[in-house]
Design a binder for this molecule. Structure first.
Ligand SMILES: Cc1cc2nc3c(=O)[nH]c(=O)nc-3n(C[C@H](O)[C@H](O)[C@H](O)COP(=O)(O)O)c2cc1C
Length: 187
């Protein structure tokens, strides 16, 4: 059976960003599932010239990733109780490629809430894009204390939490993949 391609989308391009450690962990754990193919999609590596989803506002590599993806795992820091502009810009650059695909979330913040408000803000956005959210959110509170300066995880419990989030996402991915491929679309 073909592996499920589920990219992990990182949320920020900030030079000193800590949430990238959480995103790398999520991708690393995802790669341990034998039925999953994953990669880290870092907004820093893409170029979106302007707002919107017109052809000139897209990055062809991101278009290809979203076309191929069966699901998404978004790892976002919380910026002013929402998501960073670079993540929103990246998501906005596509329209049709998200429809009826599941999405899981991890939030990261320097404070105690672990990006919960960023995730809440993101839920309304992904719903408008036609994605379907999982139930098991991941949070990385005090993210600067959870990883060392090399990005090594300092609290192994978090690996288990990430694993649980992946398990639900994989289940949902298979369920919706079946629906998209085998159940007649609505007229
Ligand atoms: C522009 C900006 C806004 C922020 N707003 C919030 C916020 O609303 N709530 C919060 O808990 N942390 C906030 N933070 C702190 C982040 O949680 C912190 O930088 C954390 O390390 C995750 O973001 P990072 O990946 O950029 O490092 C903000 C950081 C920046 C740069």
């Amino acid at each position: 059976m073909a592996k499920l391609y589920i990219p992990v989308l990182a949320g920020t391009t900030r030079e000193q960003r800590k949430s990238i450690y959480a995103a790398r962990l999520v991708a690393e754990v995802g790669a341990t599932f034998e039925d999953v193919e994953t990669e880290l999609v870092d907004p820093k590596d893409f170029h979106f010239p302007g707002d919107g989803n017109d052809p000139e506002g897209k990055d062809a590599r991101y278009t290809a990733i979203t076309e191929r993806a069966e699901a998404f795992f978004i790892v976002t820091p919380e910026y002013n109780h929402s998501i960073p502009g670079s993540l929103k810009r990246m998501l906005d650059s596509e329209l049709q490629n998200y429809i009826h695909k599941p999405v899981a979330f991890a939030g990261a913040s320097s404070g105690q809430w672990g990006g919960v408000r960023a995730i809440e803000a993101l839920v309304t956005t992904v719903r408008e894009m036609g994605m379907v959210s999982t139930f098991t959110d991941m949070h990385f509170p005090h993210v600067q204390e959870l990883f060392d300066d090399n990005g090594t995880l300092l609290n192994e419990h978090y690996r288990n939490y990430v694993e649980a989030a992946w398990k639900e996402l994989i289940w949902m991915t298979k369920t919706l993949q079946h629906g998209r491929e085998h159940i007649a679309p609505l007229e």
